[in-house]
Structure formats: structure tokens, C-alpha cells
Design a protein around this ligand. Structure first.
Ligand SMILES: Nc1ncnc2c1ncn2[C@@H]1O[C@H](COP(=O)(O)OP(=O)(O)O)[C@@H](O)[C@H]1O
Ligand SMILES: [Mg+2]
Length: 229
């Protein structure tokens, strides 16, 4: 049974007089533990799709089901609780809170949820991501690669079922980008987390188990379908 799926998902933006069909009637499903890359040219709808799959943006039509529950049937409050507990997000621009240390940023989802942190688990993430000697630093004192590793730690701190990453290596040089990607891949595999990653970079997409190609808001290729016949 798939962990996440969408049915006839559609998003239309109105900008002035013109309408833009950013996502055009997409139906697909993601299995638990899968690593799927969504790729396509700039403007093909990658961010719009991943934002709707993660419940960050409402569709114009269609549904997203997380474990058979329609995300957009939840109230705003229920949806934000679900996002905080079950989903993790990593963005191109890191989106760390500049006034908080690396550790405080990492713990933010746990604190917002008023939960007791699982210290053993958090220590494991810190070790794997190699940020133990950066925890008391503010984001401004960290390199891009370090900031992104803290953002990954934050995304994982609540033991999410799914991590959504939108161009997580987009601001990094090639070396840090490869490092961040392999860490993301490693922790997802180790923790059994489903990873849905958006990238316009084919070298990165090719490291995923499955590649979905978008063009003008439609799926033009899905490596899973191709293998399935
Ligand atoms: N908030 C918005 N208002 C109007 N048009 C938008 C908005 N966000 C995205 N679009 C348009 O939707 C299409 C898909 O955008 P996006 O999902 O950001 O693509 P990608 O992430 O693949 O670059 C583009 O034509 C873009 O200009
Ligand atoms: Mg984008």
C-alpha cells in the first residue's frame, strides 16, 4: 500500500489576465521507503507539485492522500500538525532561523510539538550529519553545506515518514552538493524514510531509485512505469 498518492492533482495560477496551468492532472503514488527524484526544466512545475504533495500549498483540483487520508480535508491546524509530525522539508535556501543556533534550529519541530526529544535518536542524526562541533553556531557562522546539513537534521528531528527536498543542493558547490545528497540518501535509507527530491540536475536525479520527469505540469516519463512495462 502506498504511503502517499495524488489523484488528478491540478494547480492553476492566475497572474493578471493569464492563467498558468502549473500542474496538469497528475496521478501517481509513492511507496514507503522509496527514493524518488522529480526532475524537469525550470518552470515545469516541480516546486508546485512537491509543495502540494507535502501539504504546503492547496491544489485547484484533485487530492493528495497520506496513508489514505485526504490532506486537504484536514483543517489548517490539523494539516500543520500532520506536516510537523510526519513530514520533513528541506529547501534550496536552507530556511534556518538566523537568530537560533544550529541545535535550536534542529530542535524547532520537536519544541513546537511540545514533545520530549529522543536524545539517542538526535545524537545519531548529529553524528551521521557530522555537525556535532557546529551545534552552538548561528547559521551565519556556517558554510552553505553545513547549513544544509543542519536543515536536514531539522527535517529529520521529528522522525518523519516522508522527507520532501526541493533543490537541496541548488545553492551548493559541486563538492558540498554531492556530500549533502549522499547524506540525505544515507539517512533516508538508514531510517526507512521516504524521500521525494526535486532537482533539475540529471546527475542528481540519477541517484534515485525512481525518476519522474515533468514537462509543462505533466509527467512525461516515470522510470517505475517504464520498468513495469
Ligand atoms: N505563485 C505563483 N503565481 C503565478 N504563477 C506561478 C506561481 N508559482 C509558480 N508559478 C508558475 O507555475 C509554473 C511552474 O512553476 P514551478 O512549480 O515553480 O516550476 P519549477 O519548480 O519546475 O521551476 C511556472 O510557469 C511558474 O511561473
Ligand atoms: Mg522550483
Amino acid at each position: 500500500m502506498s504511503i502517499l498518492c495524488c489523484e488528478a492533482l491540478t494547480k492553476e495560477y492566475q497572474s493578471g489576465e493569464t492563467k498558468v496551468l502549473a500542474i496538469d492532472n497528475i496521478s501517481t503514488a509513492f511507496e514507503r521507503g522509496e527514493f524518488c527524484a522529480i526532475t524537469g526544466a525550470s518552470g515545469s512545475g516541480k516546486s508546485t507539485l512537491i509543495h502540494m504533495l507535502g501539504g504546503l500549498e492547496y491544489p485547484t483540483a484533485g487530492q493528495v492522500f497520506y496513508q489514505q487520508e485526504d490532506l486537504f480535508n484536514y483543517s489548517d491546524d490539523q494539516l500543520s500538525v500532520l506536516r510537523r509530525r510526519r513530514f520533513g522539508f528541506v529547501f534550496q535556501a536552507y530556511n534556518l532561523v538566523q537568530e537560533l543556533t544550529a541545535l535550536e534550529n534542529m530542535l524547532l519541530p520537536v519544541m513546537l510539538d511540545k514533545q520530549k526529544p529522543d536524545d539517542g535518536y538526535l545524537k545519531e542524526i548529529i553524528d551521521v550529519l557530522g555537525i556535532e562541533d557546529r551545534l552552538s553556531h548561528l547559521p551565519s557562522a556556517l558554510s552553505g553545506g553545513e547549513q544544509q546539513r543542519v536543515a536536514i537534521a531539522r527535517a529529520l528531528s521529528n522522525k518523519p515518514a516522508i522527507v520532501f527536498a526541493d533543490e537541496p543542493t541548488g545553492n551548493l558547490d559541486a563538492h558540498s552538493g554531492r556530500e549533502v545528497l549522499s547524506l540525505l540518501k544515507y539517512v533516508s535509507t538508514e531510517l526507512g524514510v521516504t524521500l521525494i527530491l526535486v532537482t533539475h540536475d540529471l546527475n542528481i536525479a540519477e541517484q534515485a531509485e525512481r525518476i519522474i520527469q515533468l514537462e509543462d505540469g505533466r509527467i512525461t516519463r516515470d522510470s517505475k512505469e517504464a520498468i513495469g512495462g
